[in-house]
Design a protein around this ligand. Structure first.
Ligand SMILES: Cc1cc2nc3c(=O)[nH]c(=O)nc-3n(C[C@H](O)[C@H](O)[C@H](O)COP(=O)(O)OP(=O)(O)OC[C@H]3O[C@@H](n4cnc5c(N)ncnc54)[C@H](O)[C@@H]3O)c2cc1C
Length: 370
């Protein structure tokens, strides 16, 4: 039973095992009071609502960023391919408006004045900016920070990226023609008798399915049909992501038969799975405070760049307050779910004005200031 609970907790933490989760920092996370809500039309509706007041042509979706060139003002050399465009034409294709490097910017700026930040996209478009808020996941930062920022991030931020943890928690949805479970059943949990003594819980790749802690029944059936939602985390989730749908459906059905003692359970008619670990834009599901890290790492990661003299020691919030007071504009603010110590991993850790610190900056310094 304890092994079963540890698997459930690992899924909750998105860690490979609970051995990796910091016990001392565990209490830093606080539950937000109030009810849980399901957004019937999905989270995209929230994004659509937020975007309603913003002209469509200033938002670009599906546009991967290759590198953020920050600290331009300090005279760092730019890559030869980096040529800033004139302000306002950043939504046109590279071929349309021409490169704006040598041309007047047409907004009262001095020709020699540099944009403090240039965002270089995968499609080679370069977007000049006064401020950039980076919200990629900790997984993406871990994998790509060295190539994603020019100049590279300060050593303390890199160390915080290494110390903080992110792992993979995946869901496996199985849809059945008919329920084989009773109306009172909320979930089916798998307890393996031969695991009572085994530690640590890492399985050989072919036994990845043993890490599935159980399947929850999705209610109400009028909305979802007859669907079970399974949870799996850690290295075994990454193995599951590499298997094909057929193999995963088969193995899950076999487990359900074995654990319910009902050999007649049919194969599901549909299977749907997440693959957060192998998705190059996520590289993990959510972050956690790894052994050796703390909320201080979260604060370090969230400090805006470039540092001012005092920000090297000040907390993130006090530094941002100081910037506000002096009307100094930070160029680069990293923001992701690993950067709010009390609410890491949750929707609450969005840069959500005016609740979050990033929101404070957005409100005070418009991204396209005039
Ligand atoms: C299985 C699961 C269950 C969860 N359950 C809950 C829950 O019950 N309650 C809760 O509050 N939270 C939950 N969460 C966490 C919640 O989903 C996340 O905290 C939230 O989605 C994070 O939002 P975000 O915008 O900060 O980061 P993300 O959603 O990770 O967004 C980062 C964005 O950056 C983009 N990106 C990455 N690389 C690049 C690049 N090079 N160029 C351009 N864009 C890039 C990605 O495409 C993505 O759109 C759950 C997460 C998972 C996986």
């Amino acid at each position: 039973m304890i092994q079963q609970y540890l698997k459930v907790e690992s899924c909750e933490s998105s860690s490979h095992s609970m051995d990796e989760v910091s016990l001392s920092a565990f209490g830093e996370w606080t539950e937000i009071p109030g009810a849980h809500h399901i957004i019937p039309s999905g989270f995209m509706r929230v994004v659509e609502l937020l975007a309603e007041g913003i002209p469509a042509h200033v938002i670009q979706l599906g546009k991967p960023v290759r590198c953020v060139h920050w600290d331009q003002a300090s005279g760092r050399p730019r890559g030869p391919e980096i040529e800033p465009r004139g302000r306002g034409d950043h939504n046109h294709n590279a071929g349309e408006g021409g490169q704006g490097g040598g041309e007047p910017l047409g907004d009262g700026r001095d020709e020699d004045e540099q944009w403090p930040v240039l965002v270089e996209c995968e499609d080679c478009e370069v977007i000049p900016a006064d401020h950039v808020i980076v919200t990629v996941s900790l997984g993406v930062l871990k994998k790509q920070h060295a190539s994603f920022f020019r100049p590279g991030l300060p050593a303390e931020k890199v160390a915080a990226i290494h110390r903080l943890g992110i792992g993979t928690t995946d869901k496996i949805f199985l849809e059945f023609e008919e329920p084989f479970w009773g109306p009172e059943c909320n979930s089916l949990q798998f307890v393996w008798e031969d695991e009572a003594e085994s530690r640590p819980l890492t399985y050989p790749p072919e036994l990845w399915y043993r890490k599935i802690c159980g399947f929850d029944v999705l209610y109400p059936p009028e909305r979802y049909g007859h669907v079970l939602s399974g949870w799996i985390c850690g290295e075994e989730a990454l193995v599951m992501e590499k298997c094909d749908d057929e193999a995963v459906a088969e193995i899950c059905t076999e487990m359900l038969r074995q654990f319910t003692g009902n050999p007649n359970i049919p194969k599901p008619r549909r299977i749907l799975r997440s693959a957060w670990g192998s998705n190059p834009y996520f590289r993990g599901s959510y972050s956690y405070t790894q052994v050796g890290s703390s909320g201080a790492d979260v604060e370090k990661l969230a400090k805006p760049l470039p540092y001012t003299e005092s920000s090297k020691t000040a907390s993130c919030l006090s530094h941002q307050e100081e910037l506000l007071e002096k009307n100094t504009k930070p160029h680069l603010l990293a923001r992701n779910t690993a950067q709010q110590s009390k609410h890491t991993t949750t929707y609450r850790s969005f840069p959500w004005p005016p609740m979050s610190k990033a929101g404070l900056l957005i409100c005070s310094f418009p991204i396209y200031s005039t």
